[in-house]
Design a protein around this ligand. Structure first.
Ligand code: NDP
Length: 267
C-alpha cells in the first residue's frame, strides 16, 4: 500500500485525493491519499511527521512549492530549472523533488486540446510560481517566442532573462500589450481567484487560443476571451489531471488513463 498526501494551506478545495484514487482504481495500485493542512510556517515539521509515518510521496500546493524545493535533497531537471517543487518521492534517505506542472500543461495543450506549440508566439500573463514551472517545458516545444508579462514588471524581466538560454523569451509590461499578434495566451496569474482580469488590451485575444490555469469556474479571463473573439478557450482542469498523472507515474511507475478522470470531473 502506497502512502500519499497533498499539503497546502488552504487545502479543503483540493481535487487531488479524488484524482489519485481514480488513478489507483484504474491501475490496481493500492494507495491511501490524504489532504493535509500545514500551518503557514510549519511546512517542514508537517511533512517530516508524514515521512516518519512511512510516506512514499506527497504533492505540494500553494503556498509551499518553494519550501518543498528547499526541503528536497535531490532534484529532477524540471524542478531544478523551475526553482519550485510540487511532487516529492521518498526513496530510502532520498527526498526527490519534481515539478510536474509544466508537463501537465503541455500534455493538456498538445494531447487533450490538440494544439502545437512549435513556431507559435505565446504570451504568458503572470510571473509567479506557476509561470516558473511551465516556462522550461513550453520552451522545449520550440515556440517562435515566449512573451512574459506581469503586473510587477521586474519579475517578468528576470524570468525572461533567466530562461533565455532555453529559447526566445522577452518581457513586456501589461499595459503596453496592445498590438501584439499572438497565437496562444496563457493566464498564469492568480487574478481569477479574486474574480479579476489582468489589465490588457482587447485586441490581443483576437483569434488566439486562450488558456486559464485556474479551474472549476468560468473566469473573467475566459469571459474576456469569448467577448474578444478567441479561437479557443480552456480552463486548467486538464492541466490539473495531467500533472497529477505525471506525479502518479513518478511515484508508482504506472501510467494512468487521464481521459476517463477528466471526463468524470467535467461531468
Ligand atoms: P503566485 O502567487 O506565485 O503568482 C501570482 C501571479 O499572479 C503573480 O505574477 C501576480 O503578479 C499575478 N497577479 C495576481 N493578481 C493579479 C491581478 N489582479 N492582475 C494581474 N496580475 C495578478 O501564484 P502561482 O503562480 O502559484 O499560481 C497562479 C495561478 O495558477 C493560480 O490561480 C493557481 O491556482 C493556478 N495553478 C493551476 C494549476 C493547474 O494544475 N491547473 C497548477 C499551478 C497553478 P505580481 O507579481 O505583480 O503580484
Amino acid at each position: 500500500m502506497y502512502k500519499f498526501a497533498v499539503f497546502g494551506n488552504p487545502i479543503n478545495h483540493s481535487l487531488s485525493p479524488y484524482i489519485h484514487n481514480q488513478f489507483a482504481q484504474q491501475t490496481g495500485c493500492e494507495i491511501s491519499y490524504d489532504k493535509l493542512l500545514a500551518p503557514v510556517n510549519g511546512f517542514v515539521s508537517s511533512v517530516q511527521t508524514f515521512i516518519n509515518q512511512g510516506a512514499n510521496g506527497f504533492n505540494i500546493t500553494v503556498p509551499f512549492k518553494l519550501d518543498a524545493f528547499e526541503f528536497a535533497n535531490e532534484l529532477t531537471l524540471n524542478a531544478k530549472i523551475a526553482g519550485s517543487v510540487n511532487t516529492i518521492k521518498i526513496k530510502a534517505d532520498k527526498i526527490i523533488g519534481e515539478n510536474t506542472d509544466g508537463t501537465g500543461l503541455i500534455k493538456d495543450l498538445t494531447h487533450n486540446i490538440g494544439i502545437k506549440l512549435k513556431n507559435k508566439i505565446i504570451l504568458i500573463l503572470g510571473a509567479g510560481g506557476a509561470t516558473q514551472g511551465i516556462l522550461f517545458p513550453i520552451l522545449k516545444q520550440e515556440p517562435n517566442q515566449v512573451i512574459i508579462s506581469n503586473r510587477a514588471q521586474s519579475k517578468a524581466v528576470r524570468l525572461a532573462k533567466n530562461f533565455s538560454k532555453f529559447g526566445n523569451t522577452c518581457s513586456i509590461s501589461l499595459n503596453k500589450i496592445k498590438h501584439e499578434s499572438v497565437d496562444i495566451i496563457i493566464n498564469a496569474t492568480s487574478a481569477s481567484l479574486d474574480g479579476r482580469m489582468p489589465n490588457i488590451a482587447f485586441s490581443v485575444a483576437n483569434n488566439a487560443v486562450c488558456y486559464d490555469l485556474m479551474y472549476g469556474r468560468q473566469t473573467p479571463f475566459m469571459n474576456w476571451a469569448k467577448t474578444n473573439h478567441a479561437k479557443m478557450i480552456s480552463d486548467g482542469l486538464g492541466m490539473l489531471v495531467e500533472q497529477a498523472a505525471t506525479a502518479f507515474e513518478f511515484w508508482t511507475g504506472t501510467k494512468p488513463d487521464t481521459n476517463k478522470v477528466l471526463n468524470n470531473l467535467r461531468r
